[in-house]
Write a protein that binds this ligand. Sequence first.
Ligand code: FAD
Length: 326
Amino acid sequence: MAGLCAAARAHELGLKPVVLEKGTRPGGSMLLSSCVVWRYRTFEDFRAECPGGDEELQRVIFDGFDEALEWLVSLGPKVVWEDTTNPRTTGKRFDPRSLTEVLVRAAGDVRLEERLRPELPLVLATGGFAVRYAREHGLLVRCNPWSEGDGLEFALERGATTAGDLDEFYGRAMPAPPARIGEEDYVRLSQLWDGEARFVNEDGDEFFERLPAWHESDLAQAVARQPGGTAWFIVSADFREDPRVVALREAGGTVVEEDGELRLHVAAAVTHTQGGIKIGPAARVHGVDGLFAAGADVGGISTGGYSSGLAAALVLGRIAAETALR
Ligand SMILES: Cc1cc2nc3c(=O)[nH]c(=O)nc-3n(C[C@H](O)[C@H](O)[C@H](O)COP(=O)(O)OP(=O)(O)OC[C@H]3O[C@@H](n4cnc5c(N)ncnc54)[C@H](O)[C@@H]3O)c2cc1C
């Protein structure tokens, strides 16, 4: 999303940007997402939810959000929800296909199956390194298949530094293999139990004895740290026909019923990494002239919690284009 937003804004400002997209289709993880673009209602909430993040960068995203969202709406994508359904947050939900089409049109020159090239000025927007991280840690991927850390590597080779925790990710517990999970099922198959489950690892030990945070990414990271990166979620057998259980079964996942309880076999899945390239408030890569970064390539926005990845992509993508023009 960040690359398309940067290009759309650059185009609007009279530049002739080129989007080099490694994948076979545009839209990255945005196209697979629930597409809720949001911010916390207050900046204090943002700080409290993501206490380890770079405060200056958080301020930039928070303050730039409303205008950036208005701009996005003005491009004409289909809006599905006029606001979020979460009382902590405000924003809009878009139809991801429509949003992708609108942004591609606004961006102008989008070239598929082309990798980033060392021509400056350049906005790095490769979506972080979830795929590489998942591979290295034996976890499931829950994002586009092309975000392997190319932007981070490119920046580091040119003297950039990192921000945030490179070991922190935003993710979900998903049905464990042998379940088959197509990318169109990433939202539907997420195992979000909102306080209804207990969590036991393969050794039978309870490993997460508090309530998960509202986004449950803390739980997904805890599952990732268990043997095999898998766990069992234990819920009442009354949930036998619950859509989450039915979906898990239909995908070929494992559900065991015993003693009035259901045991659901899950595995940690990585949606995006939270550590990444260090940038300043104008989206310049720290220490490298002519290089900018936006979206999940940027580290240190949500450290210690979770905030909207789509919002970071939208706001920082636009700012990168504006700074590049200056
Ligand atoms: C199932 C799911 C649900 C989600 N729901 C939400 C939600 O409701 N709200 C929210 O805020 N966030 C959500 N997210 C997260 C959100 O999609 C990401 O945070 C966001 O897309 C990040 O934007 P980005 O531009 O950094 O990365 P992406 O949108 O993934 O775009 C990165 C692009 O870079 C391309 N690329 C990678 N390497 C190269 C290279 N070397 N050269 C050229 N191109 C390259 C990729 O192919 C990709 O198209 C969800 C994600 C998923 C998967």
